[in-house]
Design a binder for this molecule. Structure first.
Ligand code: AP5
Ligand code: MG
Length: 215
């Protein structure tokens, strides 16, 4: 399976990608996670990316495309991959298609996870993530039982720097202007599938699997 996960910020791309990894063992490639790791480690790339991420803007294509090209050449991607948060605009999608053509591993599905706009703000302001194992929680919908600590590993939970209301608004606008057109891009390519991202995480996972022909 070579999958592109599409959806607005907070739609549950990361949440569903982690369930796909657990169930099918396919690597998740999240450009957001790779960029945040670089920011946390203070690499030159992280320093460049941070100024864009903190404003809710997209990081320049050349930065992200370099990261993706390296990652797709890793041996674990031969068995398939889940792209989460990439591509983010038409130029990225076209470059990705060219890269994958050369590697002889084209995308077979693009899955759009659709959530009403009104639900997204609460999901994002409430999100907390474990510093150690990256398990996600939500103070409104799925809080940790141990307060600020992870139920799975006891690690400290943190809030993402871009999960502030003003930055979220900008991220949602950027999604509408630059990323939502990819729904049409993949529809024209004949590989678009969509699921409603409303309901419990497990219910949505069931719909994701059905849409992808996995169950
Ligand atoms: P990125 O990390 O990709 O963030 P995003 O697209 O804004 O999406 P999120 O990760 O916020 O949401 P998600 O859909 O993964 O939702 P999640 O599963 O976490 O990008 C961040 C930034 O990096 C960008 O703004 C940009 O600057 C840069 N960047 C990244 N990729 C780039 C690219 N390709 N090009 C240029 N720049 C790039 O769920 C959210 C919350 O909701 C969690 O708390 C979760 O527990 C909860 N939740 C999930 N499902 C449910 C449910 N069914 N019911 C209730 N709560 C739920
Ligand atoms: Mg995510």
């Amino acid at each position: 399976m070579r999958l592109v996960l599409l959806g607005a910020p907070g739609a549950g791309k990361g949440t569903q990608a982690k369930k796909l990894i657990d169930n099918f063992g396919i690597p998740q490639i999240s450009t957001g996670d790779i960029l945040r790791k670089n920011v946390a480690e203070g690499t030159p790339l992280g320093k460049e990316a941070k100024s864009y991420m903190d404003k809710g803007e997209l990081v320049p294509d050349k930065v992200v495309l370099g990261l993706i090209e390296d990652r797709l050449k890793q041996p674990d991607c031969r068995k398939g991959f889940i792209l989460d948060g990439f591509p983010r605009n038409t130029a990225q999608a076209e470059t990705l298609d060219g890269m994958l053509k050369k590697l002889n591993m084209p995308i077979d599905s693009a899955l759009s996870v659709e959530v009403p706009k009104d639900d997204l703000m609460k999901r994002l302001t409430g999100r907390r993530t474990c510093k150690s194992c990256q398990q996600m929680y939500n103070v409104y919908f799925s809080p940790s039982k141990k307060g600020g600590l992870c139920d799975k590993c006891g690690g400290e939970l943190f809030q993402r720097d871009d999960d502030k209301e003003e930055t979220i608004k900008r991220r949602l606008d950027v999604y509408d202007a630059q990323t939502a057109p990819l729904i049409d891009y993949y529809k024209k390519g004949g590989i678009l599938k969509s699921v409603s991202g409303t309901g419990s995480i497990d219910e949505i996972f069931g719909k994701v699997c059905t849409a992808l022909g996995l169950k």
